[in-house]
Design a protein around this ligand. Structure first.
Ligand SMILES: CC(C)(COP(=O)(O)OP(=O)(O)OC[C@H]1O[C@@H](n2cnc3c(N)ncnc32)[C@H](O)[C@@H]1OP(=O)(O)O)[C@@H](O)C(=O)NCCC(=O)NCCS
Length: 182
């Protein structure tokens, strides 16, 4: 098993200026540009921690609360929050700075699950995560909770989707009119 590593060893910071070709149709930065940068930062954070290649397995929900202006300096800060056996959860914070006024805002926090791969591109064990602070321990438990809830929700969703496919047309109409499906 690889040697355990502290959360701090995974900390990765990347900055990039948002350019005119990053703009959407209302002259703010495209969500996809930010998602691409989050993915890159998750790659760097996880590969640094795993000591080798890691690939993106899944993105958790990402909300865009505030638009980012073209010309802003976007800084992403990544760190590992939870580790499984071969997968790990990275948390990526996105900050945007107006270089003229110095105003800074924290625009998003994303969680990306990455899987470490060996030379045959098969999942391989990642180091255990050493949580040194209370905050790191809470983040680890939150990561584990997210993983357990995702798995429960997936099972529940798949079970209900099977019911949709076996329902009669009348039953589908009733479900369409129902106040809730869960
Ligand atoms: C991610 C990938 C390597 C997992 O391979 P796999 O054969 O399903 O591996 P396993 O079932 O052995 O699972 C390995 C680990 O990945 C995790 N995992 C697999 N699919 C996952 C998903 N969709 N979301 C979160 N975790 C996932 C498993 O929980 C397991 O974690 P653990 O070891 O910590 O318990 C494989 O699905 C893959 O190569 N996907 C494409 C990755 C890629 O190209 N990403 C870029 C997108 S263009």
């Amino acid at each position: 098993m690889p040697e355990a590593k502290p959360v701090s060893s995974s900390r990765t910071e990347m900055s990039e200026i948002m350019q005119p070709n990053d703009a959407n149709f209302v002259n703010k930065v495209f969500g996809g540009t930010i998602l691409g940068l989050i993915d890159l930062c998750a790659y760097a954070t996880s590969s640094r921690f795993a000591g080798g290649l890691a690939v993106t397995a899944s993105f958790d929900r990402v909300d865009f609360h505030e638009p980012i202006d073209v010309g802003a300096l976007v800084t992403l800060i990544g760190y590992v929050t939870y580790v499984g056996r071969t997968s790990l959860e990275t948390t990526i914070e996105v900050h945007a700075e107006n270089l003229f006024t110095g105003e800074k805002k924290h625009t998003n926090t994303a969680r990306v699950t990455m899987v470490a791969l060996d030379e045959n591109l098969k999942p391989r064990e990642v180091p255990r995560l050493v949580c040194e602070t209370r905050e790191e321990k809470i983040r680890f438990l939150e990561g584990r909770l997210r993983r357990e809830l995702r798995s429960k929700q997936r099972e529940e969703r798949e079970r209900i989707e099977v019911e949709f496919h076996s329902a009669s047309d009348e039953e589908l109409d009733k479900l369409m009119a129902a106040a809730s499906l869960v």
